[in-house]
Design a protein around this ligand. Structure first.
Ligand SMILES: Nc1nc2c(ncn2[C@@H]2O[C@H](COP(=O)(O)OP(=O)(O)OP(=O)(O)O)[C@@H](O)[C@H]2O)c(=O)[nH]1
Ligand SMILES: [Mg+2]
Length: 178
């Protein structure tokens, strides 16, 4: 399965989508740091809501094969600027999630995402698992959830070493009596 970077405002539904892609039942968990689970890089919404963090997202894009702009179908406005996909040299797809929400306007979200430069768009209700299979197919998982390979486990950031790495004990200098 291709490695995907999930970007979107806080509460857009990135972690819920990540859990579905991994075959897990969604359970709420506020993302506190950029997190790699198997082939999915989940990011806290604050990364695209604060200019000083937003630059880091462009760098994380180089760790991924595909970038997904995740937008909730009931968004009152678009957070991403027109043409933003040109900032990265990876394919950027648009994911409209929460299509089940009251007041959902997936068609409006589609037009915003197209303005951003997304050519491929996915609609889903990730909370209940509707429409997630199409994204899994696109990512090359044949509609089956991606399970993190054993050795990958969970890393808080793609740059962090894998936890199974051997630790070398610290040398404590001997104390000499005066
Ligand atoms: N109805 C509905 N609710 C959803 C859907 N996806 C997510 N939610 C709800 O939206 C809330 C926020 O979802 P998260 O997946 O945690 O959002 P996030 O983008 O990861 O948020 P941050 O970690 O703060 O960046 C949760 O209460 C989810 O249950 C959906 O497709 N439909
Ligand atoms: Mg999250």
């Amino acid at each position: 399965m291709k490695k995907v970077l999930l970007i979107g405002r806080s509460e857009a539904g990135k972690t819920t989508l990540a859990q579905r892609l991994l075959g897990e039942e969604p359970r709420y968990h506020k993302t506190q740091a950029v997190t790699l689970v198997g082939p999915i890089i989940d990011t806290p919404g604050e990364y695209c809501q604060r200019a000083e963090y937003a630059k880091a997202l462009a760098l994380y894009a180089y760790e991924a094969d595909v970038v997904a702009l995740v937008v909730s179908a009931d968004e009152p406005f678009m957070l991403f600027s027109p043409g933003i996909t040109s900032l990265v040299n990876r394919e950027v797809v648009g994911v409209v999630t929460g299509v089940d929400k009251p007041g959902a306007r997936p068609d409006l979200c589609d037009s915003w995402l197209r303005l951003c430069g997304c050519r491929r768009l996915f609609h889903m209700d990730a909370l209940h698992g509707e429409g997630v299979g199409e994204l899994l197919d696109y990512l090359g998982a044949d509609g089956s959830p991606a399970r993190p390979p054993d050795e990958t486990k969970i890393r808080r950031s793609p740059a962090e070493p894998i936890k199974t790495a051997k630790k070398t004990p610290k040398k404590v200098p001997k104390q000499t009596e005066k």
